[in-house]
Design a protein around this ligand. Sequence first.
Ligand code: ADP
Ligand code: MG
Length: 633
Amino acid sequence: MTTVTEAAPETRPFEADVAKLLQLMVHSIYSEKDIFLRELISNAADACEKLRYDALSDAGLLAGDDAQPRITVTLDADNRRLTVEDNGIGMGEVELAEALGTIARSGTKAFVERIAASKEAEGAQLIGQFGVGFYSAFMVADRVEVASRRAGAGDAALWASDGQGAYTIQPLDPSEAPARGTRVTLHLKEDAASFAEAYTVERTIKTQSGHVPVPISLKDKPDAEPRQIADGAALWTRPKAQVTGQEYADFYQSVAGQYDTPALTLHYRAEGLNDYSVLAFVPETKPFDLFDPDRAGRLKLYVRRVFITDEAHILPRYLRFVRGLVDSDDLPLNVSREMIQESPILATIQKGVTNRLLSELGKLAGSEEESEAERYQKIWENFGPVLKEGLYEDYARRETLLGLARFKSTASGAGWRSMTDYVGALKENQTAIYYAVGADLDRLAASPQLEGFRARGIEVLLLNDQIDSFWVTAGVDHDGKPFKSVTQGLADLGLIPLLEGQAPATPASDDVAGFIGFVKQTLGDAVADVRASERLTESAVCLVASDSGMDRQLERLLAASGRLPEAAKPILEINPRHELIVRLGALGETDEGLREDAAHLLFDEARIADGEPPAEPRAFASRLARVIGRALP
Ligand code: ADP
Ligand code: MG
């Protein structure tokens, strides 16, 4: 048992989110509790790698006869205890409170919120998907002690908690602490006693953590000799043919801190001007913080098996969901992280890995095999919105990214369409790729603006991701054809023949033209223009942007975020062939009150179809009441 120096322990409360997370761990019904071991071992390995890096510039840190990184797991079945000890970087008092009293990890907050709002069974599922880190120890322990000494420091500290809302910190007699590094002691709950038994622990570590890059030893009893159960050889240095899918999956989980399996594994060695190894994974599920603005790429950089940084930004932001590492043979070891950023070697690696990843995704996307294509479709469903950011961020790879893109469209049904599918279905005289943007797929599909396109059998892409408004207007084209919004002007429909059985548009009769003029006069400043529509076949009205104007959806987005003074006024298009319009036209100069109500109500109808509220809700209500009142017997 650990003894402490005279000073009284200081009790501190956990940060609110930690308390919530702990509550969750303590009462966890998640059945695979053994994940706590993977978390503790991954922390121990991280600590060894941090030390290995710091020692590059300060060799003194590795002083003593314990220079080789190691992790030792010790079991004490009699006292129901398990310890995980490393000789890594270690923590002082301040670092202990910082690391084990707060939540710094991105995504954790979102995770805690999600889980607090979920049902119990779902919550258990979520724990399985998300690496919950150190605090998972409280799934199996009712008391956890962390004795630690920072590399190169003389003093040591002890952190302890029963997971009930507070922890204590106190100085620790250095003779009670590891000479360097951290010892985590778990006082196991009764129902977790098997984690003090060699059989369970050895099997768990071998399967979960067999490939962490630090050797792991097990002591079956406190006084037993340690025996090595994992050799710490870096998995990525082994030839691909000698690594099993299971080993890749285990490694992925330990490097990604996620508990799904990889949807795509990329393992290769680049040789030539620069030599490096790559082991990268596309996850099977979406991480919680995918759209967190601070979320950066998560590809780790190693140099000759020494971990350097996970902030080398090896991949562009739109590939930030990829996990794994790159191990360079050529980068100098004794160079600062900042200098690495500027290195031409890093630039070569960035380019090489990005291209290779995109080409692997492309192979999967274009595969003839159905199971492969399905696998790609899942990747697209999870990460498509992120990949699309590349369409305007990475001009040079735009064609490649467009080739990877999959779309919902008026022709996709439940499936997805590629650019190749779209181009293959072009209509006679069609010179543009048409799209409609909006937040809601169903509403987009039902939009009156699509009618003229339907009548000609022209496919329209239905874009409902936030990001879509931006890239489509960034001057993207494909196969020599520009992208064009269906809300922009007349969209060249006249040149494309109607499908069989569709009546050609006839010019508006004098009566109808008179009514359209009346609507324009009535609505005044609220619209830029009112005109007869060539595109509408079923609906009476719709709103469009001016021919040269910005897409309406993008305009609204920009206006809402304050980046445009205000959205430009729309054009109201009226279907001169619609029965209602024809009858309103037939009223001629009579019944002005009704025609006025109709003009406003038609405008509101068009706004509603666009997902906007009526222009003046109260006036809308009284007009509607008046019109219904007239119809009642
Ligand atoms: P993560 O590992 O994702 O950062 P954890 O909850 O597992 O999250 O750990 C929180 C922090 O505690 C780590 O970032 C690290 O700073 C610190 N830590 C945990 N275990 C150790 C250890 N064995 N040695 C040094 N620091 C540790
Ligand atoms: Mg961790």
